[in-house]
Structures are given as C-alpha cells and as structure tokens.
Design a protein around this ligand. Structure first.
Ligand code: ZN
Length: 122
C-alpha cells in the first residue's frame, strides 16, 4: 500500500517513517513530478532529521511531497504507474541499507558495533 503525504501533514508523515524504518519514501515535488523522484529508506536521515526547520510543515509542506510504501515493489510500481520511470536512489540510503542489511532482509543492528569501521594495523 502506498501512503501519499502530498498535503501538509508532517505529523502523519513522521509517524509513518517512525513505524516503517525499513519502508521506502520517495521525495518529490508537490504536486509529485517526474523531474524529481528520489527514493529513500524510511530511516534515512535526509528525510527524517531536519537540518534546519523551514516551517511547521518542513517535510510535506513547501514545495515537497513524500510518497511512502512499506515495500520497495509497491513504491516502484507507484512511480512506474505515475511517471513511467523508476525513482533515483539516494546514495546515503544505499550505503546505510547495505551496512544494516535492510535490503537483504537481515535484521538491522545485527552487526556488532564498530564492525563497519575500517580495520587498522597496529
Ligand atoms: Zn536517503
């Protein structure tokens, strides 16, 4: 199921991302437009942690809208249906997802703390 936070509903949007940290979010213009479709995971800090507060509707207000889905297949289908293209992938999410194993279906945080740090010869 695709949840469309196209209106100014930051509260609903942040609640959704909190409940679906392994879900997927497309950040797009408001109204959604083919020119900007960026796919993030639900836990990406780009779309959940404000660097600066724009307004009381920072996430879903202003010029941006969010489209959310619990499954990657769902959100890709939405993008194909609406615009006939797949969204771009956020580079930040890709590295986080790979590290936490989110995209492989592994439990997040399964790796020991610090195991992703480069090993260093002493
Ligand atoms: Zn991201």
């Amino acid at each position: 199921m695709v949840a469309d936070f196209n209106t100014c509903d930051d509260e609903g949007y942040l609640e959704w991302t909190d409940r679906h940290r392994t879900g997927f979010v497309i950040n797009t213009f408001r109204p959604p437009a083919r020119a900007y479709l960026m796919l993030h995971t639900g836990s990406c800090r780009h779309i959940t942690t404000p660097d600066h507060q724009f307004s009381s509707a920072s996430w879903t207000g202003n010029e941006y809208a969010k489209v959310c889905a619990a499954r990657r297949a769902g959100i890709l289908a939405w993008s194909m249906e609406q615009f006939g293209v797949e969204p771009s992938r956020c580079q930040q999410c890709r590295s986080v997802a790979a590290r936490e194993g989110v995209l492989k279906g592994h439990r997040p945080h399964a790796a020991a703390a610090g195991s992703d740090l480069p090993s260093r010869e002493i």
